[in-house]
Structures are given as structure tokens and as C-alpha cells.
Design a protein around this ligand. Structure first.
Ligand SMILES: CN[C@](CCCC[B-](O)(O)O)(CCN1CCCCC1)C(=O)O
Ligand SMILES: [Mn+2]
Ligand SMILES: [Mn+2]
Ligand SMILES: [Mn+2]
Length: 305
């Protein structure tokens, strides 16, 4: 595996300070060395720097739109460059609004994508349905063709065009979905494996059916967008919106091992690690170590040795 890493120390898609510290915490836990140790070639493209945006008043009900739009434009360009240079792209967040730029930049290199979204949340509110205004709960609404008519004009978002089809999206880990999001998921017929399905089917069947779904037409590169809050808060408490009843460490890792063995993983986001949440140092350590292990699983680490 040839891996390009980009850090996006960004927090304006939500309201809690600390998530911008995620990229350097994950690096400090040895991500680059450990990827190299398992045979990957790694190029670290460093961290993006995001200019402060003055006077960023809410549009519709989306908060801090100018900052979010500008950051994601930068990220899209960076991800596109990393893909054009032939690497699998690892984007370290930062909050989940960054999936806007990451997926847009990944799609810019021409191919259709499959998106596997691992998260307690669907992140598919529109600027008009969002209950909080936080754009980390909205990224998918800007990216999916079928929702284009639901997105108002937003400052610093003119560069963004939807780039994925609803049928090419699979969700795993859902357990805190707003009513408006649920309506959108049903209306678009988007494939979802909530924690109920994870319990009912078991993670192996979930991954089998995930792959059946995304490969049902033509095999496309996979964009894996992994929100650390998909994991159970007992394992990953250092995150902005923890929700009980999440994935075990083993389930979380199984997802990455299975995606890796498809040979089609083309980009992965690892987002929402927030060291200012999670209470104890142990909680932060556990969260960061889980994030690293998930990324190692994406690029060839298997538990059998
Ligand atoms: C479920 N939707 C939320 C959370 C989004 C989490 C973003 B992610 O990137 O971490 O997944 C929360 C909305 N609820 C918060 C509690 C009160 C009811 C609304 C939102 O703000 O849209
Ligand atoms: Mn998310
Ligand atoms: Mn989430
Ligand atoms: Mn979160």
C-alpha cells in the first residue's frame, strides 16, 4: 500500500473545542511508523492551515458556513493532489464536516465512488433540517446528487458540486438519527446497517451485504469515512457526540480488515477524535489508539499476524 496522509486540524463544523488537535495526536501515537512497519510506503503531506474567517454568520440554519466552505475547498484540492500522485489518501480530522472536501477531492479524479460511512450518526441533515446548525451533521447532504435541490446557496460553497449517488452509499453503526434524516434515508432508499442490524446479522454478514450492495453494479473505488464515535464510548470516549451502544473494538477493526481485503480502498477519513472530551487521560489514549489501529487495519494489518 502507498499511503498519503493529510491532516485537517479543523473544528468549525461543530461547537466543541479540541477536535482540531486530532491530526497531531494520531501522528504522535505512531501512525506513520506503524504503517511503515507493516510494509506501507507513506508520504505525510502535513497539516492544512486554515485562515480565520471574520463575521461568519449563519446561513439558513448552517453555522459558520464561510469557515467550513473555505476549509473544505482547501481539503478537496489537497486530496485530489494526493490521489493524482497515486496514493491511497488518509485524511485525519478534525470534525466530520471535512468529509465534504475529502469526498469531493477524491471524486474529482474522475471515477464514481462507493462511500462506506461508519458512524453513530447519518450526517445527512440539510442546512434547512439541521436541529443544531452544526455542519458536521450535514456533510452528506452536500455530496449526494439527489439532494442537490435541498441545498441553499451558501457563502464559500460555490466550488462544491454533488459527486456521489445515493445508491453508492452504505451506513454502518447508526444509532442516533434525527427524524428528518431518517425520512431522507428512507426517501432515497439508502442502504443502512444500524446497530440493530449489527446485532441481528453480526458484523461479518453486515460486511458481506455491504460489499454485495456497493459492488452490485460495477466495482468502484471505496471512500471509507470513519467517525470515531461509531465505536462504543467505553472504548472511544474522547469525541464530541458520544452515543452508548456502539461498535466493539473487534467489530470496528473487522470493518477495516474486510474493506482492506476488497483491494478497493482508495481514501479513508478518520475524524472526530477530541482530546478535550473523554474525561481521563486513559480515555483519550484509548480513543487515539483505536483510531490508529483502525487505520492500520485499513492498510493490511490483520490480527492473525
Ligand atoms: C444526529 N444529528 C446531530 C449530531 C451530528 C453528529 C455529527 B457527527 O459527525 O459526529 O456524526 C445531533 C442532533 N441531536 C443532538 C441532541 C438533541 C437532538 C438533536 C446534529 O447535530 O445534526
Ligand atoms: Mn460523523
Ligand atoms: Mn458521529
Ligand atoms: Mn462526532
Amino acid at each position: 500500500h502507498s499511503v498519503g496522509i493529510i491532516g485537517a486540524p479543523f473544528s468549525k463544523g461543530q461547537s466543541r473545542d479540541g477536535v482540531q488537535l486530532g491530526p497531531d495526536l494520531i501522528r504522535a501515537a505512531g501512525l506513520v511508523e506503524k504503517l511503515k512497519g507493516q510494509g506501507c510506503t507513506v508520504k505525510d503531506y502535513g497539516n492544512l492551515t486554515f485562515e480565520e474567517v471574520a463575521k461568519d454568520e449563519t446561513t439558513g440554519r448552517a453555522k459558520r458556513p464561510r469557515a467550513v466552505g473555505q476549509a473544505n475547498k482547501q481539503l478537496s484540492e489537497a486530496v485530489r493532489k494526493i490521489k493524482n500522485e497515486g496514493h491511497a489518501c488518509v485524511m485525519l480530522g478534525g470534525d466530520h464536516s471535512l468529509a465534504i472536501g475529502s469526498i469531493h477531492g477524491h471524486a474529482a479524479c474522475g471515477t464514481q465512488l462507493s462511500v462506506v460511512w461508519v458512524d453513530a450518526h447519518a450526517d445527512i441533515n440539510t442546512p434547512l433540517t439541521t436541529p443544531t446548525g452544526n455542519i458536521h451533521g450535514q456533510p452528506m447532504s452536500y455530496l449526494i446528487h439527489e439532494l442537490r435541490s435541498k441545498i441553499p446557496v451558501m457563502p464559500n460553497f460555490s466550488w462544491l458540486k454533488p459527486c456521489i449517488a445515493a445508491e453508492d452509499v452504505v451506513y454502518i453503526g447508526l444509532r442516533d438519527v434525527d427524524p428528518e434524516e431518517h425520512y431522507i434515508l428512507k426517501y432515497l432508499g439508502i442502504k443502512t446497517f444500524s446497530m440493530t442490524e449489527v446485532d441481528y446479522l453480526g458484523i461479518a454478514k453486515v460486511m458481506e451485504q455491504t460489499c454485495d450492495h456497493i459492488f452490485s453494479k460495477v466495482k468502484k473505488p471505496i471512500h471509507l469515512s470513519y467517525d470515531i464515535d461509531a465505536l462504543d464510548p467505553s472504548l472511544a470516549p474522547a469525541t464530541g457526540t458520544p452515543v452508548v451502544g456502539g461498535l466493539t473494538y473487534r467489530e470496528g477493526i473487522y470493518i477495516t480488515e474486510h474493506i482492506c481485503q476488497t483491494g478497493l480502498l482508495s481514501a479513508v477519513d478518520m475524524v472526530e477524535v477530541n482530546p478535550k472530551r473523554g474525561g481521563t487521560d486513559n480515555g483519550v489514549r484509548s480513543t487515539v489508539d483505536a483510531a490508529v489501529d483502525l487505520l492500520l487495519g485499513c492498510f493490511g494489518r490483520v490480527r492473525e499476524g
